[in-house]
Design a protein around this ligand. Structure first.
Ligand code: FAD
Ligand code: GLY
Length: 357
């Protein structure tokens, strides 16, 4: 016998779990289908930065969404803790984008001035000011662009908390269940076929990360492999997050530091390579030389889901009624998870999106 839901979410990464959480909170009957284990793909590989300003320039169309999403984390953290007891480890300790050359100093100073004029919270720190705030940073750094409102969470705790929150509000979850086909009646998507069963729903939300184009080839998703490593230090080395030349150091609880991340487009390979971690370690040492004393903890990879134009798909499919797509969050799925859950829920509820009011 087939079952009917208000909404079926395909994919149990941070995006699918956030959507399931928001929808079931609004009393929708939700089924979440995950082909492996919830959260085990890109979402558990992330460093967890909420880098709205570090990742997006003010004139990027995603900038307002990213800032709104970052802002939503404070209430979300309380809400999820209340109902699940899980602490998503939200920390607002800022992100520093370092400058080592004259050209970088000029570029960062110009951005600080421009953004400040537009009312954004950002400042340029001289080498002295930077080292007063973060003494472990290399004395060769000539300054930094500082985003005090950017922060971080634990991506694993966040995804787990969304999942538990969703089940608290009634979402049914099936792991080890792959959706192999969307069921269509004319132009309308009415359900999904899994490897073992068929389910029907008023709305199907495709949140399958980089694998989304297996069900909807026109999405043409691009996997961008990222490798990360973590170290443990005896004493805290950093308070905020530090970034330079595509490499970042994110201090976590218990003196752990995440070092990320390589970027290899068009690769479905999930192996950690010698070259990848060697490159990260060289770059990390340039930023914080004291890291060479730290104990190696582990290394891992994940596949960032990128679209052809680099912008995520979030919303109703233009041709298939009943089908919504939420994927392509590329480097920022943790940051954008809050607003994505809300946007999809608003669309299904046919409410005026709150971020446009
Ligand atoms: P995924 O987490 O990949 O989840 C998709 C899920 O769908 C998978 O579990 C998969 O098994 C399932 N699935 C796919 N197809 C099917 C199907 N047919 N049936 C059932 N299930 C299916 N973002 C930030 O905001 N901040 C960061 O600091 C950050 N750091 C990163 C560092 C690295 C190294 C990487 C790789 C990424 C980082 N990201 C970061 C990006 C972020 O991790 C991703 O944008 C986000 O996790 C994407 O979430 P998702 O749910 O779309 O994809
Ligand atoms: N947002 C960091 C990364 O994708 O590596």
């Amino acid at each position: 016998m087939s079952l009917t839901y208000d909404a079926i979410v395909v994919g149990g990464g941070v995006i699918g779990c956030s959507i399931a959480y928001q929808l079931s909170k609004k009393k929708k009957k939700v089924l979440l289908l995950e082909k492996g284990k919830v959260g085990e793909k890109a979402s558990s590989a992330a460093a967890g930065m909420l880098g709205a300003q570090m990742e997006f320039e003010v004139d990027d169309p995603l900038y307002p969404l990213a800032k709104k999403s970052r802002q939503m984390f404070r209430d979300l953290a309380h809400e999820l803790y209340e109902i699940t007891g899980i602490d998503i480890q939200l920390m607002k300790r800022g992100i520093y984008e370092l400058a080592f050359t004259e050209v970088e100093c000029e570029r960062h100073q110009q951005r600080a001035e421009r953004d400040t004029r537009q009312g954004e919270m950002v400042s340029w720190l001289s080498s002295r000011q930077l080292r007063e705030q973060e003494p472990s940073i290399s004395s060769k750094a000539r300054g930094a662009l500082y985003f005090p409102n950017d922060g971080q969470v634990s991506p694993v705790q966040l995804t787990t908390a969304y999942l538990r929150g969703a089940t608290y509000y009634g979402t049914e979850v099936k792991e080890q269940t792959e959706v192999v086909q969307l069921i269509k009646t004319g132009n309308k998507v009415t359900g999904v076929e899994t490897d073992s069963e068929t389910f029907f729903a008023d709305h199907v939300i495709l949140a399958g990360g980089v694998w989304s184009s297996r069900l909807l080839p026109e999405l043409q998703m691009v996997p961008v492999k990222g490798e990360c490593i973590s170290f443990v230090t005896n004493e805290p080395l950093l308070y905020g997050t530090v970034k330079y030349n595509g490499c970042y150091l994110v201090p976590k609880r218990n003196n752990r530091i995440f070092v990320g991340a390589t970027s290899v487009p068009h690769s479905f390979d999930e192996k950690v390579t010698f070259a990848g971690i060697f490159d990260l370690m060289e770059r990390a040492k340039q930023m914080v030389p004291g890291l060479t004393e730290a104990a190696f903890e582990k290394a891992w990879t994940g596949l960032r889901p990128q679209t052809q134009n680099g912008k995520p798909y979030i919303g109703q499919h233009p041709e298939h009624e009943g089908l919504l797509v939420a994927t392509g969050h590329y480097r920022n799925g943790i940051l954008l998870s809050t607003i994505t859950g809300k946007m999809i829920t608003d669309q299904i509820e046919s409410e005026v999106p709150f971020y446009e009011t």
